[in-house]
Write a protein that binds this ligand. Structure first.
Ligand SMILES: C[S@@+](CC[C@H](N)C(=O)[O-])C[C@H]1O[C@@H](n2cnc3c(N)ncnc32)[C@H](O)[C@@H]1O
Length: 346
């Protein structure tokens, strides 16, 4: 179902449909989405929306204020899948005055006062029908959907059908959850690593597992789905303000706040009755030590943030690729890695 929530609210006949989207369930004080209830494991309440905006700012700083990387010219139709608070479409509208930008999400948590060329729809992106003409989009953007999708590769394949042949780009921004460290300052049994293992264990055991470790596979999935000009960029984001470099220190400060604000939200469903079966009290006690790890500046931990984008080839390019099936077309430098910029990583 694709529905413009504002339109729904204005139409009496569809009032009950609107309520079926906004009659949010609450568990352990956190509010969750109603549409396709239970399919997304994390809350949609004000606290989570504030965290999403904080996360967005941290990643924007990491990317030197760049909010897209594909070589867009004058895009007319843009889609943001799993848009969250809608901050990205609103900022993109200011950058591209001829673009109509639609953000889709399970939750209608976006503002109602938005620029005229921006709109939001309640829609489940795991459905094959994206309720718009095939081959109509210049650009599709997906960010931070790890742990949300049963099959990210299916989404990549489906996105291709909606992109304009020859000129439409798909761009994915995802984080690898793994905690990295280059100087052995992570202690051997570190509660934050244990937290990640529990999370992974729980999500893997779920009836419909939604993998967390997707970022490093995006380029491969794009290649397999027949995209060309694939670029992969990897940046390292410090867990807290441990780096000496002032801008990384600031980014780390935001990333620490993001983790501390989100930790309970990330844990409740996966560690609780629907996951590992812990009580809320057991979870909160465990999180005390995890929070200490996140704040510890003696541990020089970081995570890898991936940006991967690729283009749907034209029919002629596809024909040429069919004739010559050896190596799929890749951008110079290769899925095409613009490796992590080592800006003062000390
Ligand atoms: C971690 S948030 C990221 C939001 C936004 N992309 C950002 O970077 O700030 C993931 C979002 O994806 C949405 N989502 C999860 N599963 C979805 C699905 N199957 N279809 C559409 N949206 C979904 C969630 O409701 C949530 O708003």
């Amino acid at each position: 179902m694709a529905s413009n929530l504002r339109a729904l609210e204005e139409d009496e006949d569809t009032k009950s449909l609107s309520e079926s989207i906004t009659d949010y369930p609450v568990t352990w004080g956190r509010r969750y989405h109603k549409y396709k209830e239970g399919s997304y494991l994390f809350p949609n309440d004000t606290m989570e929306c504030d965290r999403l905006d904080l996360q967005y700012q941290a990643l924007k700083m990491l990317h030197d204020d760049q909010i897209y990387f594909a070589p867009l010219k004058d895009p007319k139709r843009i889609l943001d899948i799993g848009t969250g608070t809608g901050i990205w479409p609103i900022e993109m509208a200011a950058l591209f005055p001829n673009a109509r930008i639609t953000g889709t999400d399970l939750s209608p948590i976006q503002p109602s006062l938005v620029p005229p060329r921006v709109s939001f729809e309640v829609h489940d992106c795991t459905e094959t029908d994206w309720c718009r003409p095939l081959a109509s989009l210049d650009y599709i953007h997906v960010a931070i959907m790890l742990g949300s999708l049963p099959s990210y590769s299916k989404l990549i394949k489906n996105a291709r059908r909606y992109l304009k042949p020859g000129e439409g780009w798909l761009e994915c921004h995802e984080m690898m959850p793994d905690i990295c460290c280059d100087d052995d300052t992570v202690p051997p049994s570190w509660p934050f690593r244990a937290w990640h293992s529990y999370l992974e264990e729980s999500i893997t055991k779920m009836e419909s597992p939604k993998p967390l470790r997707v970022a490093d596979k995006l380029a491969t999935w794009m290649r397999e789905a027949g995209y060309v000009d694939i670029h992969e960029r990897i940046d390292r984001i410090p867990l807290n303000s441990w780096p000496k470099h002032p801008s990384l220190k600031n980014i780390g400060r935001l990333w620490e706040a993001n983790w501390l604000d989100g930790l309970a939200a990330f844990s409740y469903k996966l560690f609780g009755p629907e996951g590992l079966g812990w009580t809320q009290n057991e979870i909160e006690v465990f999180l005390i030590d995890v929070r200490k790890c996140i704040k510890d500046r003696n541990v020089h931990a970081y995570q890898k943030m991936y940006v991967v984008y690729g283009r749907r080839p034209s029919e002629e390019e596809e024909k040429a690729m069919m004739k010559k099936p050896s190596k799929p077309a890749m951008a110079k430098g290769g899925a095409s890695s613009a490796k992590a910029k080592p800006k003062g990583y000390k």
